[in-house]
Write a protein that binds this ligand. Sequence first.
Ligand code: AMP
Length: 977
Amino acid sequence: MFTVISTARVYPPNEETLLDTRTVPGELKWAASPTEGGWEEVSIMDEKNVPIRTYQVCNVMEPSQSNWLRTDWIPRSGAQRIYVEIKFTLRDCNSLPGVTGTCKETFNLYYYESNNDREHYIRESNFLKIDTVAADESFTQVDIGDRIMKLNTEVRDVKVTTRKGFYLAFQDVGACIALVSVRVFYKTCPLTVRNLATFPDTNTGADTSSLVEVRGSCVNQSEEREEPKMYCGADGEWLVPIGGCVCNLGYEERSGVCQACTVGFNRAVSTDRACSKCPPHSHSEKEGAAVCDCNPGYYRSESDPASMPCTQPPSAPQQLISEVNETSVVLEWSAPLRLGGRSDISYKAGSLLCLPCSQDVLFSPQQSGLRATRVCVSELQAHTRYTFTILARNGVSQGHSAGAGQSVSVTLTTNQAAPSPVTSIQAGDVTRHGVSLAWQQPDRPNGVILEYEVKYYEKDQKESSYRIMKTASRSADITGLSPLTVYLYQVRARTAAGYGEFSGPLEFSTNSDPLPLIGDAASSTLLLLSISGGVILLLTSTAVFIISRRRGKYSQAKQDSEEEKHLNPGVRIYVDPFTYEDPDQAVHEFAKEIDATYIHIEKVIGIGEFGEVCSGRLRLQGKREIYVAIKSLKAAYSNKQRQDFLSEASIMGQFDHPNIIRLEGVVTRCKPVMIITEYMENGSLDAFLRKHDGHFTVIQLVGMLRGIASGMKYLSDMSYVHRDLAARNILVNSNLVCKVSDFGLSRVLQEDPENAYTTRVTGTYHSPGGKIPIRWTSPEAIAYRKFTPSSDTWSYGVVMWEVMSYGERPYWDMSNQDVIKAIDEGYRLPPPMDCPVCLHQLMLDCWQTERTHRPSFTQILNMLDKLIRNPTTTLRRTGGDRPVPSLLEPVGGPEFVSVWSAEDCLQAIGMGMYRDTLTTAGYTSPDSLLTLTHQDMTSIGIITPSHQDQILASVQQVLLSHMQQIQEQMPDSMVPV
Ligand code: AMP
């Protein structure tokens, strides 16, 4: 009845066919209902004369048609959505003559999911409708006449996910229809390789919009670069490829697969797409080489890329030359002949003879990895044989260097060399006028150190004027410095090879004036406030001699200067300027040369042995102006006079103590020659006391005596014997501080031993070479020139008497000879008026005939300190015939402690945190605190300099003010108002 055209079918690759009626051999034999008069299976020939099965029905004339045709069971084979492609022809109702309203032009398509493939009957109610299908085109009579048949093709799809398979059914409702073919298929995304990842054949999803995510797997000899993924779309298309794989090293991508590099090629870097030829001096023997191996004798460093040619270590450096400079060597060489095909050459310098080589040897710029062809080796031992080897290296030297082939050596001997610089200078005790320095031996002495030289100068003046001090030890006490001035100190060592370099400068400032203390450097405020209108009149008219035969008290006292030196190894010893061959050298060693233009002379204040004494002002560069005394050497002087005059400066310049007159400097390079000292506003002590007769309290007088004793202790510690200690040689400043002066006598006496009995002038004996102060001089010094600190002690006793009697002349108007005689017979000066017994007792102690029985200045100072600290009990009783207590017995200690403890004292000065430290170290009483020194504190762990200063200064101040309070509580008769 019908003939179809063009039945040739080629399935698209993404469609899997479940049923195609055209390929079913034999009859279809689908179930039809009704079995008769409805759908009918008809075989026809296609255009190639191949028989095909069709179903036809054409009951257009009869009403109420419902003809069912059901396929066999179709397994769904994993498909989730199936497609039904129906090719059919449908007669146009209009083209059928005589049909009534019963003619239809559509049919219905149904499906029914089932696991059962043996259903024999159509249970229509089980079926679900997929769609009503209408023809797109229909044929007419005309069409038939032309022998052209039009075939409708309709495709419908439906989700089948619940059972293993399904049935389809076609319901005819009264059309004239022929089902030419029915094809049932589902869609897949076919196996594919994308970005070197294989994606398997994948069924599409159940819904028309679903995307099935699929993970790819890398093809052979490839590895994942990023997880390969794609999505299988509902129409069987792969979508959105992500990630992918790359070929393993030694393989390259060709036609979507990874293929091995051929022999002689490699692929070493994953970013390279293709294999490349082996770089020079390398090869590959097998297929699939990632890296080409270096040819024998060629190497690659760890950091060399495989694409780089293989290289060789360099040959030896050439033309090594050396230049020795003392203990340094400069080595220079030329680059090796062969660099081995590399540019990263470096050189390593090393000493093969390592016995003299220490860790300290320095290689500049460095020892290994040198880029330049030069190295400086320093800090070598002097006069030592060294062998240096320069080794050329490059990136492939490691482990492949044959050593000798890459190195060149030189043997040399270093020179004699001066010592290396001193590096570790430290400052110890710092005072107003000095500092003690200590240092270590240089790291490389390069020989035996013969001496050290200390150079020091004021920071402000740079090195325009400096002073030098030489010492064989590793310490030096620098003196004669200006207070509160910043100095720079440098030290260098000397060996047989000469001086080493100076150390870097150590900067240190001298201290300021000490805080006000009676006797040391009392402030004008403290003392002048205390000066009152009260008068103590000393009756000096009666010469009451008393015999003192006390012996033995001071026999243990160390009197001899040599012994003292031995006892105090760290104490600096006074240097006699007359031991210098050139006296000018001594002056400039100890005294600073001052430019005369800096001095402004104002008025004459006295006459000295060598000329006028003036007051004036001195303004040194960069410092504030100060008042000075200017002693000048009269015109027309002899050479000897000049030396004698300047010797005082050489002596004075060695001292640095608040109770010793301070030397500012000398003028020797122009005339007049001058000695500049600090200015003492109140002049000589004897004249000052006479002028202020009876004006001071006993405490103030004792304060003055303490100052003098302190200065004398300092001198005796330095083994200097003054020989002319007398009130006229003590100067008093505006703060009532007493300072020992007049250092010109020692020389005179030494030169003229036969001077004992000459004319008396101002209390002294003249001799051809000088004068001797009989009234102040001890018997042994007068008799046989035995001048010792003990003879100074004798003089000190006389000064005590002068002070306590407000400048009375010792032994009044007795002749010198009578004085000598009386002393020899055991008579001694009586206590001045109102002089406390203990003070007179101290005088008597000083006047012991046996010099070893006299107290040392240390003992005198301790005694006076005790008196000052406990005046109520010690200074109360005045002279007369009452028994005299021993001054060596402790005075008033327990009473003092009872009212004032060390702890109170530390709290009062804000240093309570050191209470335990000090107590543990045995400093439990206020007395003991007064004995503290910087060194003591450092040794027990109080190391902060400002704390040390605070303790030193404030302890005394606090105790003094405590003492003042006690004094105020004394009866009126004892305290002049
Ligand atoms: P001299 O030659 O040291 O005995 O000094 C003579 C006098 O000059 C002394 O008695 C003092 O009156 C006075 N004199 C010496 N040096 C100073 C000084 N530094 N300050 C004040 N007056 C002084």
